[in-house]
Each structure stands twice: as structure tokens, then as C-alpha cells.
Ligand binder design. Structure first.
Ligand code: ADP
Length: 537
């Protein structure tokens, strides 16, 4: 071998003698003749394309480094070059997607020149992998798009949409989602989802998830980033399998945090992960931190507005809910006084009933407001003792008096006894509120069904109150347990109420280490489910 030549293995056809500088070059160098056969292949080409010099030399260039779907075009390009045409590549700097020996495509930048050698024309290529440079450019573009999206957004919803769009479009991920937890940290809602045009997600496209369920739920509950390399093999989640059915293979999720709190999760789903796990995670974590700060800032602004609104609502409620019964009491008392001599005994009784009913309404409201104040200051007392839930429910049903013309049916499905460790007075408050609401919000002829039973191991009691009444629109359900919140169905029908009962009810249930939820309800009406532990916690 002449001094200074690259140690290229001898093979068919005759190999080109190359200077030693090419053996040392960091740039991949390869050469091919007019038939497309490789005649030189330096060590950097071995690393870049994954074939050893021995494997590459003598084989056709397009078979080695052109993607299968582009090989026909590659052959045409070599044929054009052989005929002395410049083709698309000769004497140009070009970027294109090359093919690696292990079967993956990657971007390269390449220059191609030609020399005339004794054996004919030879084409010389210098190429380098530009994956990292492209990634850096893509990441910068995403970061800029997210920053711009957040700066220009006039609401959290627009900001969320811009973030997922930037991730999906600029990073070429088929699905990007931003999930936010509600105020009670009980439910995650998909605030925005970007889906590649033409892709059908079917049962994967859920809008609400509980913490711990699916990738967003797990990322949120565990407060850490998760990488699922193969969605179809992810036995921990039903949603992963739905994702796999929608043609998605890999998924990455990072928590959306502000340093102090976890607010939700940012998740992307794709056919393949082009970028290394740690690089992608750090990009996503950076974006999630940016989005988290934005969401927290907006929430603080929204909270200020909400507080002002709550104050207004409180004033409106007090004015309305106090004024009406007071007006009824004073008006009836005045009539009673004026007409006392002419009133029959039945009329007197009727007037007194009106006064009593309205006075009770006022006293319940005063109690609720006091309980709310105790709740806010953390002083809602619970005096637990051995309590029979069936007795509590039966007494509440007995005391509840639906107006006679309503003709409601109240069906009780209770065992003989259901003993648990709880405060009987507070449980009675829960029963009064749930049963009272069911009666109040169910029109004439409806049915109220109350069930309670313990689980197989007698550890927990499930108690449900279902009615066939006016119902609560699905979109309003997440707000139901907020102070003063009243559903549009109740407001539209002008049914009186304060929006305090459920807040207090939930606080009592939670102080017993239980939960209260609005259950899935089929047909018109509402079902509340209360789960309570039997033993002291
Ligand atoms: P109030 O009934 O005094 O308004 P609550 O806190 O008990 O206050 O209930 C809050 C809201 O939830 C009600 O205003 C009503 O819109 C809705 N709601 C509660 N229970 C029911 C029910 N069984 N059916 C329909 N709506 C209900």
C-alpha cells in the first residue's frame, strides 16, 4: 500500500487509493464509481452508516445508505451522474435522510464531487450526521413557540392549546396533551390536546382521568417523569393499550410543577422516539416548568376575580335567601295580627306553619353559615362514637317532609343495621342535606332511592342517594362542591338554595376519612355516593 493511503480493503471493483487524511477525518468519506459501486469508505463512514469498510466496498451505494422507499430515485440519481449530468447532488451541499445499517433513518449533510480516474469517473462524498444540530434547532423552535404562545395567550385555555400545538407540530409528535388537576386534586382534565391531522384516536381520546390512571394520572400522582418505550406492553394502564390501538408506540410524560405544587402533566405520544430519553425529558421538563409558572400566575389572577365574585355571590345569596323568609315571616305575622279575630283555627294553624317553616329555613342557613366559618377556621368538630347508619338515615327520611302534592316515592334499601365509628349528628347533617336536596330537586311523581351496605370484608360502607329529578349538567359537576355554587338547572327553575350544603357535607364526610362523589347516573336525575370507613382511622 503506498504511503499515505487509507487502508481500504481490496475488493471488486478496484479500490481507490486515498490519502491518510481521509482515514483520520471526522467527516464520513465514501466514493463510488459510475455504476454506483462503493470504492472507498473511511472509518468515519463506518461509524456514521454502521457498515465496516469490508462490508461496504463493492456494494451499490443506494442499497447501503438510501432509505428503502427512496432507492429507485437513488438509482436514477446515480444513473444521471454517470451520464455526466449534475443530478440533484453534484457540487452541492445537501441535507437528506440517510439510512443506517441498523434500519433507522437519520439526517445527514453531504457534498458530492467527481474526479476522472484511470478506471472511469469516481464520485466522492463527504457527509456528517446532523441529528444533534437538527434537534437543537427543533428544541429552540419549540421553546420559542411555547414562550410566544404563553406571552400572547389571553386565557389559560388558549395558552394550553398553543403549548400542545407547538410540541406536536414542531417536534412532529402525533399526540401532545396538557392535563390539569382540578382544585380538589380529585380529577385531571385534558386542558388541550393536539392531534396530527388524519389520525384517529378512538377510545384513547379521554377528557378526564383520575389521579393514578393512565400516563397523565401516574405522572401527576407520583410527581415524576415517566417514559413508556412500548405502549402495547404497558400492562399498568388500560389507556396505554388504547394508545397502542391508535397506532402510538412510545409515550413520555412530565409533571407540570411550580416548585411547590404539582398542577398536572404534559404528555406526548408518538410512533417512535427519535431523541434520547434524557434529552427529551429535559426539554419537556423545562417547558413544563414554564407552563406551570404561567398556569399558577393565571390561577392567582383568576382566584382574585373568583374571590370578588364569591363576595358578590355571598351578598346576593344573603340578601335573597335572608330577605325572602324574613319577608314571609313579617308579612304573615302582620296578617295574623290584623285578622286575628276573623281567622278560623285552620287558617291560624296555616299562618303559624308558614312562620315556622320560614323561621326553620333561616335557622338552617344560620347553622350552615356557622359551619362554613368553622370549616374555614379548621374547627368543625367531630365527636365519633359507635353509630348505626341505618338509624341515622331512617330518622332523616322520617323528618324530611316532601310537600304532599309532590307525590314522591322514597325507596329505602337498607340492612337491619350498619355500625360504624362516626359522629351521629354530623352524619345526620349529611343525610339531611342529601335527602333534602333529592326531595327539593325532584319534580312531582319522582322517586328517591337510598341504599347502604358494607363491603364483603366489612371495612367500608357505601351509601347512595339517587333521584329522578332535574339533574346536574355534566360540565358543571366539577364545580359542584364549591362554596355558593348552584347548578344552572336549579337556578333556571328558581328553586331556593344557598350552595352551602354540599360544601359542608363533603367536609364532614372527609373528616370521617370518607369520600363523596357524584356518581355516573343513567337517565334523568342525580346520584350521590358516599364511602365511609367502618373503623376509626
Ligand atoms: P343548595 O341546595 O342549598 O343550593 P347545596 O350545596 O346542597 O346547596 O347544593 C348545591 C347545588 O347542587 C344546588 O344548588 C343544586 O344546583 C345542585 N344539587 C345538589 N343536589 C342536587 C340534586 N339531588 N339534584 C339536582 N341538583 C342538585
Amino acid at each position: 500500500m503506498p504511503a499515505g493511503s487509507v487502508p481500504l480493503r481490496s475488493a471488486e471493483p478496484a479500490l481507490l487509493e486515498s490519502p491518510a487524511v481521509l482515514a483520520a477525518a471526522l467527516e464520513a468519506y465514501f466514493a463510488f464509481d459510475a455504476t454506483g459501486r462503493v470504492v472507498a469508505w473511511n472509518p468515519a463512514a463506518e461509524t456514521t452508516f454502521g457498515y465496516s469498510t469490508a462490508q461496504a466496498c463493492g456494494r451499490s451505494i443506494e442499497e447501503l445508505i438510501v432509505r428503502p422507499e427512496a432507492r429507485v430515485a437513488g438509482r436514477a440519481e446515480v444513473a444521471a451522474l454517470a451520464c455526466g449530468e449534475p443530478g440533484q447532488t453534484l457540487d452541492r451541499r445537501r441535507q437528506w435522510m440517510a439510512w443506517h445499517a441498523d434500519g433507522h433513518a437519520f439526517p445527514v449533510e453531504m457534498t458530492l464531487t467527481a474526479t476522472d480516474e484511470p478506471g472511469g469517473r469516481v464520485f466522492h462524498a463527504f457527509a456528517h450526521d446532523i441529528t444533534t444540530a437538527r434537534r437543537a434547532r427543533r428544541f429552540t423552535a419549540v421553546e420559542a413557540a411555547v414562550a410566544r404562545g404563553l406571552a400572547e395567550a389571553d386565557s389559560s385555555a388558549t395558552a394550553a392549546a398553543r403549548v400542545v400545538e407547538a410540541l406536536g407540530v414542531k417536534m412532529d409528535w402525533p399526540v401532545a396533551e396538557l392535563w390539569l388537576a382540578d382544585d380538589d386534586r380529585q380529577l385531571l382534565t385534558c386542558a388541550a390536546r393536539h392531534v396530527q391531522p388524519g389520525r384517529r384516536l378512538r377510545d384513547f381520546a379521554l377528557d378526564q382521568l383520575e389521579p393514578r390512571v393512565g400516563l397523565p394520572g401516574r405522572v401527576y400522582a407520583e410527581a415524576r417523569s415517566l417514559w413508556i418505550p412500548d405502549l402495547s406492553a404497558d400492562s399498568g394502564s388500560i389507556r396505554s393499550r388504547a394508545a397502542a390501538r391508535a397506532g402510538l408506540r412510545v409515550a413520555v410524560g412530565v409533571p407540570l410543577c411550580t416548585g411547590r405544587h404539582i398542577l398536572g402533566a404534559l404528555c406526548i405520544y408518538g410512533d417512535r422516539a427519535e431523541d434520547p430519553e434524557d434529552t427529551l425529558m429535559s426539554l419537556l421538563s423545562g417547558l413544563a416548568a414554564q407552563v406551570g409558572q404561567y398556569v399558577e400566575r393565571r390561577r392567582a389572577e383568576e382566584l382574585t376575580i373568583e374571590l370578588a365574585r364569591t363576595k358578590d355571590e355571598f351578598l346576593a345569596m344573603v340578601t335573597h335567601e335572608l330577605r325572602n323568609p324574613l319577608a314571609a315571616i313579617t308579612g304573615t305575622a302582620a296578617l295574623f295580627n290584623d285578622d286575628l279575630d276573623e281567622l278560623t283555627r285552620d287558617e291560624q294553624r296555616e299562618y303559624l306553619q308558614i312562620i315556622t317553616r320560614n323561621a326553620e329555613r333561616l335557622s338552617i342557613m344560620a347553622e350552615d353559615l356557622l359551619d362554613l366559618a368553622r370549616l374555614e377556621s379548621g374547627h368543625l368538630a367531630i365527636n365519633a362514637t359507635a353509630t348505626d347508619l341505618c338509624t341515622v338515615i331512617e330518622q332523616a327520611v322520617h323528618a324530611a317532609t316532601p310537600a304532599e302534592d309532590k307525590q314522591l316515592t322514597i325507596a329505602l334499601h337498607l340492612p337491619e343495621q350498619l355500625e360504624l365509628y362516626a359522629d351521629p349528628h354530623r352524619l345526620r347533617q349529611v343525610a339531611d342535606n342529601l335527602i333534602g336536596n333529592a326531595i327539593k330537586y325532584t319534580p312531582a311523581g319522582g322517586t328517591i332511592t337510598i341504599t347502604a351496605s358494607s363491603d364483603d370484608v366489612e371495612q367500608n360502607i357505601r351509601w347512595t342517594v339517587a333521584d329522578t329529578g332535574i339533574g346536574i349538567p355534566a360540565a358543571e359537576r366539577p364545580r359542584l362542591f364549591r362554596r355558593f355554587y348552584r347548578a344552572s338547572t336549579a337556578l333556571d327553575l328558581r328553586i331556593p338554595g344557598t350552595g352551602l350544603g354540599l360544601v359542608i357535607t363533603r367536609a364532614i364526610v372527609e373528616r370521617h376519612h370518607g369520600t363523596i362523589t357524584l356518581a355516573e347516573h343513567h337517565g334523568p336525575g342525580t346520584t350521590f355516593t358516599v364511602d365511609l370507613p367502618v373503623k376509626p382511622q
